[in-house]
Ligand binder design. Structure first.
Ligand code: 5GP
Length: 190
């Protein structure tokens, strides 16, 4: 997706070989027209899969996932990284290792918002090692539903996430795939 690649090259910043800063257009300041185009692109790709619900992880996945949900006319559910006292009822939980922070968190969703029998599209901002995506797969399985597609805004193709998901037979569609990066260059895989 050329518009996204241009944003990455012009406004992204590789902090090192592993971490790309995209806070100028994706997860702090948000380029809304770009998010709309991203949502429409995911909607086009995943159009004929009989999907019933979009799932994402707070907070960076919310903007692209919301526009995807709007374009597809589907409900959106945000999985939480933090629980609170007011979050009670029937909760589904699993532990996920955070790539960026080097910590762990309890990925949590209310069962009522992720019921059984749903066909889920997971949308997230980044795919790196795949830990976050595997956390979502775990919760969806606990719920008795099925992940039928994974839409990723930026995939770091030099990390293992895509292969791990492909090994499970997942349909993974990444809008920009980074082959390598350093402080002064970003190379795309295709
Ligand atoms: P994974 O679980 O696949 O290792 O990492 C995916 C999650 O980590 C994403 O949800 C994203 O929030 C965060 N992440 C991974 N790599 C990067 C990166 O290079 N930059 C930013 N900003 N976030 C990342």
């Amino acid at each position: 997706m050329q518009m996204l690649k241009d944003a990455i090259l012009e406004r992204g910043k590789a902090l090192n070989q592993d971490v790309l800063l995209v806070d100028s257009f994706l997860n702090h300041q948000v380029d809304v027209p770009l998010m709309k185009a991203i949502g429409e692109e995911f909607a086009k790709y995943f159009a004929n899969k009989g999907l019933t619900r979009i799932v994402t992880i707070e907070s960076s996945g919310i903007a692209p996932a919301a526009f995807t949900a709007l374009a597809m006319g589907l409900p959106l559910v945000i999985m939480k990284k933090q629980t609170s006292k007011i979050m009670n009822g029937d909760l589904l939980q699993t532990t996920v290792r955070s790539f960026t922070k080097g910590t762990q968190y309890e990925l949590t969703v209310k069962h009522e918002f992720l019921p059984a029998g749903e066909k889920i599209l997971l949308i997230d901002d980044f795919l790196a090692s795949g830990e976050a995506a595997f956390g979502v797969l775990n919760l969806v399985q606990q719920a008795g539903s099925e992940v039928c597609g994974v839409g990723i805004v930026i995939e770091k193709a030099f990390q293992s996430g895509h292969q791990r998901l492909a090994d499970l037979g997942m349909d993974v569609y990444s809008l920009a795939r980074i082959a390598s990066m350093s402080a002064d260059s970003i190379e795309f895989a295709d």
